[in-house]
Design a protein around this ligand. Sequence first.
Ligand code: GDP
Length: 144
Amino acid sequence: MVSFDMKKERTLSILKPDAVRRSITGAINKKFEDAGLSVVAQKMVHISREQAERFYAVHRERPFFRELCDYISSGPVVVQVLEGENAVAKNRDAMGATDPQKAAEGTIRKEFGISISENTVHGSDAHDTAAAEIAFFFSGCEIY
Ligand code: GDP
């Protein structure tokens, strides 16, 4: 019989260009795994400017929108699906605050973040946005 744990949740994570550039993707994945999150899909992509604008459409009116899209499309990133109990919240806890200077000790952004723009990781902010963001990058057969 195939068992399926209904309590498990999935979320979309992106290891941003500064993480790939500095070869710290393994260190970041260790943080996720230590926090009880499993990587169930992962691939390296170079997001185009047009894809960036669609992915971050919710921020279109924000003053930093152009900088955000320029940055996320500036080099290769690792997109991944993380799975675990309360994965969205667990991932956000592991990431830390948006601004690395305000992030708590032990979080990824505190340890590795360079600036509010080059803040190393993206993580979905809610269950419904996670589903939409996963579908943006992955087809069902790419997720374990
Ligand atoms: P997140 O959920 O913690 O990633 O934060 P938001 O959803 O509010 O913002 C999305 C991304 O936009 C952040 O991860 C930052 O890279 C960027 N960002 C947010 N606020 C600012 C800002 O005030 N200035 C700049 N340059 N970038 C920002």
